[in-house]
Design a protein around this ligand. Structure first.
Ligand code: ZN
Length: 302
């Protein structure tokens, strides 16, 4: 089974500020980006994956405000495949109200955070309220804890090590660090190695091939390949391009004695995590996360 655990849905104009779109396009090497991703476009792009997590996002500071209803409406149309995550911006939203509405009324299954986009420290009291809610309800959290192209987004809130305190205070919280916390990949790897319920996704890394190579080889050396989740970060790249990059991983070092990934390790990364490990090592929230990623896919190809 293939799960794309990192994808986006947003309408433009509507959910993104002009400034955000302008800066995103400037960083995509001058090629204008089409950031209008309505449900039909997203659905087509996901034809080769079995399940997909669609991330809501609310970040007033960065100019990204996707209504949770928009995510939930889409997820409701495809309950067998689409898993909707709620956005909450602790710097502007009432955390409890927003999350109760998103989870209890809209049926969303996890929460997306992005401190660098939300201009807030990841251990700010208001952020702790989110983790507390999610731990109590066994909801997985996807967190963008790494850098971004946006000029005004504060790097001081973006380092993955800042999340260690979260793991210690909320030991049963399942948390996924997006993009392996780039560029602090090594820091993310040592953090997820220490914390049983912390994971990372490998979305949107392959187009920096040297960084990607080093990250995955180091993940192997630290023994944490099974804590990495497959994702595309669609529309910034696609599931196909991400799979292709993994399958041609060893080409870069062909003819050398540099370390490689075995084919089964590569397929293990694509065919979703060895989350069977999660079943044994994690608590209630980990088991619920496992069910979420695979539970509705009984009968789908594995
Ligand atoms: Zn993303």
């Amino acid at each position: 089974m293939i799960v794309d655990c990192h994808s986006h849905l947003f309408a433009y104009p509507g959910h993104l500020s002009e400034e955000f779109v302008r800066e995103a396009s400037a960083r995509s090497r001058g090629v204008p980006m089409d950031l209008h991703v309505p449900p039909e476009r997203h659905w087509n792009a996901m034809r080769n994956v079995d399940r997909v997590i669609v991330l809501g996002m609310r970040a007033f500071h960065a100019g990204i405000v996707v209504p949770n209803e928009y995510i939930a409406d889409y997820a409701r149309q495809h309950p067998e495949k689409v898993i909707g995550f709620a956005g909450v911006d602790p710097s502007g939203d009432n955390v409890r109200e927003t999350l109760e509405h998103a989870v209890d009324r809209l049926g969303l299954k996890g929460v997306k955070l992005g401190p660098i986009y939300q201009d807030i420290h990841p251990t700010d009291r208001r952020m702790m309220e989110v983790y507390e809610f999610c731990e109590a309800r066994s909801l997985p959290v996807m967190i963008h804890q790494g850098t971004t192209f946006l000029r005004k987004a504060p790097l001081k809130y973006s380092h993955p090590i800042l999340l260690e305190e979260v793991a210690l205070q909320f030991p049963d919280l399942t948390l996924v660090i997006a993009h392996l916390g780039h560029p602090w990949l090594e820091d993310t790897l040592v953090l997820i190695r220490k914390q049983p319920n912390f994971y990372a996704d490998i979305s949107a890394l392959h187009y920096r091939p040297w960084q990607f190579y080093n990250a995955l080889i180091l993940a192997k050396e630290y023994g944490v390949l099974d804590k990495l989740l497959f994702g595309s970060d669609y529309p910034f790249t696609t599931p196909e391009a991400s799979m292709e990059a993994l399958r041609s991983f060893n080409k870069m070092t062909e003819g050398t004695n540099l370390p490689r990934l075995e084919e089964q390790e590569i397929e293990g990364l694509i065919h979703s995590p060895s989350l069977t490990d999660l079943r044994h090592s994690a608590g209630k929230s980990g088991r619920k996360f496992l069910e979420l990623l695979g539970g509705c896919c009984r009968g789908a190809k594995t």
